[in-house]
Design a binder for this molecule. Structure first.
Ligand code: KG4
Ligand code: ZN
Length: 360
């Protein structure tokens, strides 16, 4: 491999302002994430306008700190990689405009990165996974099985036709009054609950293929909760825990079963056997271990990047920038911010929308 290159990555497509410096030898020199949970907490979800403003205010602070922590200056990097979509458009625009300013000021090239490609390529940064591999991207805004063939070739094998699982976790937390972000809170409650008390649906499990659906599950949870409230005029701690456990078990079963389908299809088409997961929901211990068990049973290797690199971050954007740099695939100042940007342009569009809108 040629000379080592160093990329500054920037991410602002949802509710995290992030900057990182990553080298082509897989070293992460810095990886900073400035979250916005405090700004959105009172609304039970991300408010796009508030997010965009916060990104515009914080991107320069974050980038400066990432460079300082890496112990280098702007003159020492080879290029600036920035998330150019898909995502909440105000935030993506903040990032792209900031990156253009940096590129003009420093004379460094700019590379626009697809946020989903950032997630999908993370196992190459962390574990040097060889192409092709199967990836399950599962977070608050996306849920899809991808055959990752190269840094810019992805085949979508299936995905959610409505909500993303993380969004369903967040809505469940909102229905039960637990707070935001919902995933870790629901997981905490589920640990104390009986997953068999409520029989929640496992949508599309009776159907072949890798498509999934989570919106009916959320409705079933709301109905079950309302039925208890109507009967007993409130939820006990145990009711909440049991509801969370039942909900989590249903998500887990759907993801594990559909992963089995996806692995079968992937192995038949591509002949290799590596399965990787990324996205915030992959941080869920019950779900993570069910996916690992399914992978090992199918004879697949299993890769789950560390939590910090599974959720939104800029190291993954910088790494995708490394791969694009190595392919001499640069952008210029005409780079545009895109609210929607499917990784696989040949796949049928998603029917519904996730937290960030239908986007993949
Ligand atoms: O990948 P991510 O940081 O952001 C994007 O959506 O792109 O994922 C955030 C999502 C949120 O919906 C959050 O509730 C969910 O991941 N999440 C979890 C857990 N930790 C985060 N869901 C279930 N269990 C968790 N432990
Ligand atoms: Zn993401």
């Amino acid at each position: 491999m040629g000379q080592t290159i160093t990329i500054l990555g920037l991410e602002s497509s949802c509710d995290d302002t992030a900057a990182a410096v990553v080298r082509s030898d897989h070293t992460i020199l810095s990886n900073l994430v400035m979250g916005q949970d405090d700004l959105h907490m009172g609304f039970g979800g991300v408010v796009p306008e508030i997010a965009a403003r916060a990104h515009a205010e914080r991107l320069d602070i974050c980038a400066k700190a990432a460079l300082a922590q890496a112990g280098i200056g702007l003159q020492n990097i080879d290029a600036i990689a920035v998330t150019a979509g898909p995502g909440l458009i105000g935030g993506v625009m903040s990032g792209v405009m900031f990156a253009k300013g940096l590129a003009v000021g420093s004379g460094k090239p700019i590379i626009g990165i697809n946020h989903l490609a950032g997630h999908a390529l993370t196992p190459r940064l962390t574990d040097g996974l060889e192409y092709p591999y199967l990836m399950l991207l599962v977070s608050g805004g996306h849920c899809q099985f991808l055959a990752v063939l190269s840094a810019d070739r992805f085949l979508r094998l299936g995905g959610t036709i409505d909500d993303a699982p993380g969004e369903a976790f967040d809505k469940t937390a909102r229905i039960l009054g637990l707070g935001y972000p919902g995933g870790p809170l629901v997981e905490g409650e589920a640990e104390k609950g009986d997953s068999k008390r409520f029989k929640f649906p496992r949508p599309l499990l009776d159907r072949a293929g890798c498509d999934m659906s989570f919106s009916g599950l959320k409705t079933a949870l709301r109905r079950a909760s309302e039925a208890i409230v109507a009967e007993k005029s409130g939820l006990t701690k145990q009711d909440r825990a049991d509801l969370c456990a039942g909900f989590q078990a249903a998500v887990c079963d759907v993801l594990a079963q559909k992963s089995r389908w996806a692995m079968d299809e992937f192995a038949a088409r591509f002949g290799t056997t590596n399965f990787a997961v990324a996205g915030g929901v992959a941080a869920n211990k019950t779900i993570g271990s069910a996916l690992k068990t399914a992978a090992l049973a199918a004879g697949f290797g299993f890769t789950a990047p560390p939590l910090k690199l599974c959720t939104d971050n800029a190291a993954m954007i910088a790494w995708a920038g490394v791969e694009r740099f190595q392919a001499s695939a640069f952008d210029d100042l005409t780079l545009v911010a895109r609210p929607r940007w499917p990784l696989d342009s040949t796949a049928k569009p998603m029917l519904g929308s996730g937290k960030k809108g239908a986007k993949a």
